[in-house]
Write a protein that binds this ligand. Structure first.
Ligand code: SF4
Length: 114
């Protein structure tokens, strides 16, 4: 089973707009639905905080302390599909930055639940 990390938009999570940390990302990973081709183990859940500087250090710290390097990193659907969008970084740019710095594939989105 793949080990994956999720990065959620902290702005959504804090404001309760269908928080990506409640269940949607976790259900999709557990059941292999949405962007997951098969069930995956969520080994880290990172909360982005505006303006997004914490994401890379938090991913690095999670991997270091847990001693698990994720096979893939998923940007949550709420982060990727945010309306209005993130005023700081486009999801595609954040994904490219994470891939460049970690060497780990980044997937845009996690689930299709409403
Ligand atoms: S920087 Fe963008 S993705 Fe990160 S918490 Fe703020 S609005 Fe969400």
């Amino acid at each position: 089973m793949e080990k994956i990390a999720v990065v959620g938009c902290g702005s959504y999570m804090d404001q309760g707009y269908g928080c990506p940390g409640e269940w949607r990302c976790l259900k999709a990973a557990a059941l292999g639905e949405g962007k997951f081709e098969e069930p995956a183990a969520v080994v880290a859940f990172i909360k982005c905080e505006c303006p997004g500087r914490t994401v890379l250090p938090a991913l690095g710290m999670a991997a270091k302390i847990s001693e698990i390097k994720p096979d893939k990193i998923y940007l949550s659907s709420c982060l990727v599909n945010a309306r209005p969008g993130c005023p700081y970084t486009a999801p595609e740019d954040l994904a490219a930055l994470i891939e460049d710095k970690t060497g780990t594939q980044v997937i845009l989105g996690t689930h299709d639940y409403h």
